[in-house]
Write a protein that binds this ligand. Sequence first.
Ligand SMILES: [Zn+2]
Length: 303
Amino acid sequence: MSALPELVIGVDLGGTKTLAGVVDRDGRIHARHEIQTPEGSESEVIGALDEAVESLVDERIRALGYGVPSNLDRSTRRLLRATNLPLGDFDLVGHAGFRFGLPVGVENDANAAALAEWKLGAGRGTSNLVMLTLGTGVGGGVVLDGRLFRGWAELGHMVLQVGGPPCQGNCHGHGHLEAVASGEAAERAAVALWGEGADAHRLVEEARGGDEAACAALGRIGHYLGVAIGSFANVFAPDLVVVGGGFGTAAWELLRGPADEAARAEALRPADDGLRIVEAALGDDAGLVGAGLVGFETLDGLR
Ligand SMILES: [Zn+2]
């Protein structure tokens, strides 16, 4: 009789939706639970997280891992304020540990996605990787010299346009990558074209259907994404740049051409030629699988 796989619950808290799943060490998802992320208050967000875990937890589950769109205090593991959610300074490790009686790991959502793509996805075998997750906002994760960088890695808040449009949510900066190349930026472009109620999904659909204005809007977003990737290539010299997130994967085939061209125009030799930019192999599940891996790292005493 073969041993049953060890299982954890991974929870990927996103600005729009929250994905939770039962995950094994190979990143396989055995069960899943998906909900819209509440926008009202912190207690609603925490309530939704608890409900997601509650719906999946049973006696086989060994640990919980969370990917959250917040910065973390690196010494206490407390959440600091999220940019795009009503989620302030909060001790999620303490809260979930008390409620479910399991070891709890927490990591920034894009760092978790980078961990998953590096260990199990497009970045397997690399030592230096940059991941960008394009969802409501833009998250970043960096693997350097074969280790996940545990710092903030807020690549989405790099300035691309000095004095540019205001950034989103709780960010008070201007012209950040997130302000010009996120799902939210795509939604603004859609509203500008077709009025209130139009969204990023429609922008992608219209572009696929050949609508010129939609293609141009996504081309601009892809261009900004590429300029940022070229800059990150000059800082980190990654073996690979991985683009994921809900919007990033949905729009990838429309973003990749302009992004590739712009990145190569900005990257120093020999990255201007050899830079590899790929879609997340785990697709929109990278954050969920990564959250599961964070749970396993906690179980193994690595966090
Ligand atoms: Zn910002």
